[in-house]
Design a protein around this ligand. Structure first.
Ligand code: FES
Length: 154
């Protein structure tokens, strides 16, 4: 199936992001599409896409570092350092065992917090298929029109 152009009447739609070579060069691209701000990332040979604003308090994930925690690649939100897995949108946190003499962080999942989207590559072009996961995911809050207007005031 060929990805559809933006504003197509058919669903689910795919949205053109750009040329693969250009996104690889840029490494990060943010776009507003279908009522959402979406961040597309290229890291170590793979593409990822997720809501662009952090589920915690709307931080700009585009400016976050990518690091591995608990064997999972994460983007680290620049605002308060929350860790979000690139592939699943899972929030990761860690705790230290106070009884250990030399404690090492014990990682745990906080569940899916950030909505992730599917990246499609067709003949050198990159498209996003928007998430169809039903129900509330915390990053949805920062995609509301009211939140968008608040950000524009800053
Ligand atoms: Fe992202 Fe707080 S806004 S960690």
């Amino acid at each position: 199936m060929m990805p559809m152009e933006e504003n197509s009447d058919e669903a689910p739609a795919s949205y053109f992001i750009g040329k693969k070579k250009d996104i690889i060069k840029a490494k990060r691209v943010s776009k507003f599409m279908n009522g959402r701000d979406v961040l597309v990332l290229y890291h170590e040979g793979k593409f990822y896409a997720m809501d662009a604003h952090c589920y915690h308090a709307g931080g700009q994930l585009e400016n976050g570092d990518i690091e591995e925690f608990n064997y999972k690649l994460c983007i680290v939100c620049p605002s308060h350092k929350y860790k979000i897995t690139l592939a699943e949108g899972e929030g990761l946190d860690s705790a230290l065992d106070p009884k250990e003499k030399n404690p090492v962080p014990l990682w745990f999942s906080k569940g899916i917090k950030q909505r992730v989207h599917t990246v499609l590559e067709v003949e050198g072009d990159i498209f996003i298929k928007m998430s169809e996961v039903q129900g509330w995911i915390e990053s949805d809050y920062y995609q509301k029109e009211q939140q968008r207007q608040e950000r524009q005031k800053c």
